[in-house]
Design a binder for this molecule. Structure first.
Ligand code: HEM
Length: 620
């Protein structure tokens, strides 16, 4: 198997990027400069990024072509956790070869995107995929060596994959990569384990608990506010600006970690104010999950790799620290177990409950599986799934509000009139509609993650929708681009504009067959935030169908409370000294023109160099 005819072939011009683009998410081609990451935890995140001038070997010293070899079906037969076999992978490969040498239309009727590899390896793969979408429509196919992906960016087709035919798809590569970290947690779990655990975990996010969580979010934010006050008091802003300097992406990461620790397993990380080996271990797990998602060859599965590769040895020892903490918390919860029926648990008076964590609920539930390993996997999954995602939403919401002073003024007016000096309650959130729309609009412009991943288990037909009818063959890997869906003018007029008001207006487009359009009536009376149902699957920040995020309401409430508390007390401006520095980034990435902080992807969309702001206490 010669890779180049099948690949979007690296040309001599692009040879510095000759390592294959990631099969997952994106390759980041820029390294975050050290000054943007004073916090060691955050600097360890930036260390996962890959330099554009990468020589012909990756960070583990493996030659770039090794990843091609790994993808040969003979070396990578039948995927663990799925029923896809060597024969299925070979059939997908044969289809692609026939298409390349036989010409379009192929067996699956999908055009093959061709172009320079740099189109998608410039650090923002989702933007590269959008360029191809404009050219080829939905779905189109992308080949990297013998590996191929069907890229879907249409709401009707997304509804088919996620909801109507969801049993015909599994998580494919994503499950393979996350299994060593999350075990049998919901994201990578096999179908049997998934349905048992999903039934146990969904009731844990019940109404009374979410109501109580609003108070917990406010409690964790007090630490953040104290640390922001200190920064404001420093008054070290660059000349021409007043206030103190602060990097807000890192601050939002810390508060989101504190919140997830306390709410999910009753553990005080206290990461807003200090650094500890456990916090470092959490970041190590996150960094490794992200690194694996960007590494084409699963070298960690090789015999002895975990003993021999220094990176893996370090990761395993960090994971052990985290596992020990989780095991201790699980044992303590089990030792004080008080079994109750789900209905009774859901009626708990949380004001008088000492430990309101999700772990407590999962242990106390009658008939629950309280096997240590399973509980550990559940907690680890929620820690990873629920931390950086929310931090990213907060980062981009502050970024957009700073760019749009008229929206900021509206938000502030709402917060002042609803909250006054109080900390927010669930009822207050209901009253702060504009702020909720800001959160929704941020999730539209910056979906976290920007791509969903699936693998087809049974050949089936994709409906046409606003794209083309196609056959998805068994074994085919899928990228469902949320970024494309959310930025498509056919579903969202002036799609690139930050306009929270858009969510109040009905929109239909008869030119997209079978798409019902967006209808605010479908959520405003029943939900706090717009969702996939109201947009007929054109807005999928939390996915949709059976595998939809279990933490959607938790996360949106968390983001709303945090923004309300922070924006009420502080004024922000972009740090002008850092803006000048990022001009280089702007020149290199024309699509970043509206993003003075730049974008890069791992599992979520990060800034390139941090969200550097000048902060002042607000006169109220
Ligand atoms: C703004 C924050 C968040 C965003 C944008 C987000 C987004 C998503 C998305 C898009 C999925 C679907 C993935 C797929 O279909 O492949 C998902 C799944 C999931 N999320 Fe979230 N999430 C967020 C916060 C949270 C939180 C706070 C938790 C838990 C405390 C959480 C736990 C999970 C779990 C367990 C799954 C897997 C569900 C399953 O497969 O059954 N997420 N999330």
């Amino acid at each position: 198997f010669v890779p180049s005819p099948l690949a979007v072939a690296p040309t001599s011009k692009t040879s510095s990027n000759s390592r294959l683009p990631s099969p997952l998410f994106a390759l980041d081609t820029k390294e975050k400069p050290a000054e943007a990451t004073a916090d060691p935890a955050v600097s360890s995140i930036s260390s996962t990024t890959v330099e554009s001038s990468e020589p012909a070997a990756d960070s583990e010293g493996l030659p770039w072509w090794w990843s091609y070899l790994w993808e040969l079906p003979a070396l990578h037969p039948g995927e663990p956790g799925t029923d896809i076999t060597f024969a299925d992978s070979a059939n997908v490969l044969r289809t692609n070869i026939e298409q390349i040498y036989g010409g379009y239309p192929s067996l699956d009727q999908c055009p093959l995107a061709t172009g320079e590899i740099t189109d998608i390896a410039d650090g923002t793969m989702f933007i590269g995929l959008q360029r191809y979408q404009n050219e080829y429509g939905s779905p189109y196919k992308l080949c990297f060596g013998p590996k191929s992906f069907l890229v879907i960016s249409d709401p009707v087709q997304a509804k088919h994959v996620l909801r109507d035919a969801n049993t015909l798809y599994d998580k494919g590569i994503l499950a393979e990569i996350l299994k060593p970290i999350m075990g049998k947690g919901l994201i990578p779990a096999d179908p049997e384990t998934w349905s048992v655990r999903r039934r146990a975990i969904v009731p844990a996010f019940h109404k009374a608990w979410l109501n109580h969580m609003v108070g917990l979010f406010a409690y964790c934010n007090e630490g953040l506010i104290a640390s922001l006050e200190k920064a404001a008091d420093k008054k070290d802003a660059p000349s021409g600006q007043t206030g103190g300097k602060i990097e807000m992406e890192e601050k939002f990461c810390s508060v989101a970690l504190d919140i997830i620790g306390l709410s999910v397993f009753n553990y005080e990380f206290g990461s807003v104010s200090e650094e500890s080996p456990v916090i470092k271990a959490v970041y190590s797990a996150l960094v490794e999950a992200e690194h694996r998602s960007m590494t084409p060859a699963p070298y960690w599965d090789l015999p002895f790799a975990n003993e021999l590769v220094p990176r893996l040895r370090k990761f395993n020892s960090d994971l052990k620290i985290l596992d020990d903490v989780l095991t201790d918390l699980i044992n303590r919860a089990k030792n004080s177990r008080q079994v109750e029926d789900i209905e009774e648990l859901e009626k708990r008076d949380y004001a008088n409950v000492k430990d309101p964590s999700l772990l407590r609920f999962l242990v106390d539930m009658r008939g629950a599986d309280i096997d240590n390993k399973q509980l550990r996997d559940d907690l680890m999954t929620m820690l990873i799934a629920g931390h950086e995602t929310t931090a990213a939403v907060l980062t981009w919401a502050l970024f957009e509000l700073t760019k749009h002073p008229e929206c900021m003024a509206k938000v502030r007016h709402e917060i002042d009139s609803v909250l006054g000096d109080r900390t927010p309650t669930y009822e207050d959130i209901k009253s702060m509609k504009y702020l909720r729309l800001v959160v929704a609009e941020t999730l539209r412009l910056y979906p976290e993650p920007p791509l969903l991943i699936r693998r087809c288990r049974t050949e089936n037909k994709l409906p046409k929708g606003g794209g083309r009818e196609a056959t998805v063959i068994r074994g085919m890997d899928i990228f469902l681009s949320l970024y494309n869906l959310h930025h498509d003018e056919r579903f969202w007029p002036n799609a690139n504009e930050f306009k929270p008001e858009r969510w109040e207006t009905k929109y239909t487009n008869p030119e997209v067959p079978d798409w019902a359009g967006y209808d605010p009536e479908k959520w405003m009376n029943t939900n706090l935030y717009p969702n996939e149902v109201a947009s007929d699957f054109a807005y999928l920040p939390f996915g949709g169908g059976a595998r939809k995020c279990v933490g959607d309401e938790f996360a949106t409430l968390e983001a709303t409370v945090t923004l309300a508390m922070v924006l009420r007390r502080f004024e922000f401006e972009f740090d002008s000294s850092k803006l000048a520095e990022t001009k280089v980034g702007i020149m290199e990435h024309p699509e970043d023109l509206n993003h003075p902080v730049g974008m890069r992807t791992g599992a979520t969309i990060h800034t390139r160099r941090g969200l550097h702001m000048v902060i002042r206490k607000r006169e109220v």
